[in-house]
Write a protein that binds this ligand. Structure first.
Ligand code: ADP
Ligand code: MG
Length: 454
């Protein structure tokens, strides 16, 4: 997608985009906008800062401009986000005066909001609590809200807004278009989507690592039982803050405890901790109160802690995309970082899937030799599309392929890897290989890719 004009948007919207100096759609925008303009429901995930607001905002505004009636509701977790979204949507509306807006957020004077609501706004942005207040009072009518956006949904659920969302949904017409956006797609979001979305197009933009020239990535082929001794070695060799990723909540707790017993300063973070506790663990890590954070995937996504120098993938992630999320925790904002990945014989299909994401052109590498094998490099990705999967529908009858993993993972995800499993044997003891920066610097132009999960 070259530019916004190719979406066939109304002229005034094109002008508003030019005014905003948005000339190229971001990957998530390139993928969401065409489907949303077609009227499809959408379940989209992409990291923070990838332009999700305009991804839903552009089709939303286009629909408001092109249809004579009907309204749109955007629900966001916090008042700050609601205000931010409202500003962006108003910019997209340009300087027209006919489409009125309302911002319904807690802590704001209700009288001002009542006044906005009396002007029959066609664009309503708000937080769940205040939207419900207005619904209860009867000051907000949503029977003609045919366009619904749930923004930053993972955060809304984290903040305990699920009941409020349920409540709001009761006031909306059954026949509507719903866009659900989220930085991450944990299981509860997928369930929510199954409940409220109709045959959604599922779009996930997988972030590549930031500038990877400053990220050193290594893999270590190890046997399952040797992982702990390799970890000890790695921890001893490395300076600075470290995140160790493990598979299960229990595993995270156990490992942090063990590390503390061995005189490391460590703490664990995972989905079983209370929200407050999680915040504290993160804050203390951020403040360098301890050095090693043992984490499961659910707890560690989106963490932006600049001093993380090393990521150790003790266990591989359950879904291959999480590998990218994980290594993105280090080498942030131009800092140096390194990531090492322990791969046991049982991991080979997973590693194949991850390798495919890192470098779709290359054959997955498994180690056949014991040692002194040539160091292989993962070349640049040549901008190739990583997967050929097309849109995912919940009703897809595509066969499911998954690992027979019996342990419950923290993310509780039921996504599966596309099995690229080849029969190859592993070297028993750990040898290390490194590969050069596998990602490449990404420009915003349609280099995003779409993956679907069975
Ligand atoms: P997200 O919701 O994914 O976290 P935002 O929608 O807040 O991301 O966008 C992040 C930033 O990117 C904002 O400052 C926004 O103005 C900018 N942005 C969004 N889309 C574009 C684009 N197509 N071109 C240039 N900047 C963009
Ligand atoms: Mg956002």
């Amino acid at each position: 997608m070259e530019n916004f004009a190719s979406f066939g948007l109304p002229e005034q919207l094109i002008m508003a985009l030019a005014h905003l100096k948005f000339d190229t759609p971001t990957p998530i925008q390139a993928q969401v906008i065409p489907h949303a303009l077609e009227g499809r429901d959408i379940l989209a995930s992409a990291q923070t800062g990838t332009g999700k607001t305009a991804a839903f905002g552009i089709p939303l505004i286009s629909k408001l401009i092109l249809s004579p009636g009907g309204s749109a509701l955007v629900v966001t977790p916090t008042r700050e986000l609601a205000a931010q979204v409202s500003v962006m949507l108003k910019s997209l509306l340009g300087n027209q005066k006919t489409i009125k807006t309302a911002l319904l957020i807690g802590g704001d004077a209700i009288s001002k909001q009542l006044q906005q609501l009396r002007s029959n706004p066609r664009l309503i942005v708000g937080t769940p609590g205040r939207i419900n207040d207005h619904l209860m009072r009867g000051s907000l009518k949503l029977h003609d809200a045919h366009f619904l956006v749930l923004d930053e949904t993972d955060r809304m659920l984290d903040m305990g807004f699920a009941p409020q969302i349920d409540q709001i949904l009761k006031y909306l017409p059954k026949k509507r278009q719903t866009l659900l956006l989220s930085a991450t797609l944990p299981r509860n979001i997928v369930s929510l989507a199954e409940k409220f979305l109709n045959d959604p197009v599922r779009i996930a933009v997988i972030p590549t690592t930031q500038s990877t020239s400053n990220l050193k990535q290594e893999v270590l082929f190890v046997s399952e039982q040797d992982k702990h001794s390799h970890l000890d070695e790695q921890l001893a060799q490395r300076d600075g803050s470290i995140i160790v990723f493990v598979k299960t909540k229990m595993g995270a707790e156990r490992m942090a405890k063990k590390l503390r017993m061995n005189d490391h300063s460590a703490d664990a973070i995972h989905g079983d901790l209370s929200h407050n506790r999680r915040e504290r663990v993160i804050k203390e890590f951020r403040d360098c109160k301890y050095r090693i954070m043992v984490a499961t995937d659910i707890a560690a996504r989106g963490l932006d802690i600049s001093h993380v120098q090393h990521v150790i993938n003790f266990d591989l992630p359950q879904c291959p995309e999480d590998y990218i999320h994980r290594i993105g925790r280090t080498a942030r904002a131009g800092a140096e970082g390194s990531a090492i990945c322990f791969i046991s014989p049982a991991d080979k299909r997973k590693w194949a899937a991850i390798s495919h994401i890192i470098n779709p052109g290359a054959k997955p590498e498994f180690d056949d030799r014991r040692s002194n094998g040539p160091k292989r490099k993962f070349g640049p990705r040549n901008g190739a599309r990583r997967t050929s999967d097309s849109d995912f529908n919940f009703n897809s009858d595509r066969p499911k392929r998954s690992f027979n993993s019996s342990s419950r993972t923290d993310s509780g995800e039921s996504r599966s890897y596309a099995g690229a499993g080849e029969k190859r044997s592993y070297a028993g003891s750990g040898e290390k290989r490194s590969f050069a920066g596998a990602g490449e610097k990404r420009s915003f132009a349609g280099s995003g890719e779409k993956r679907s999960f069975a």
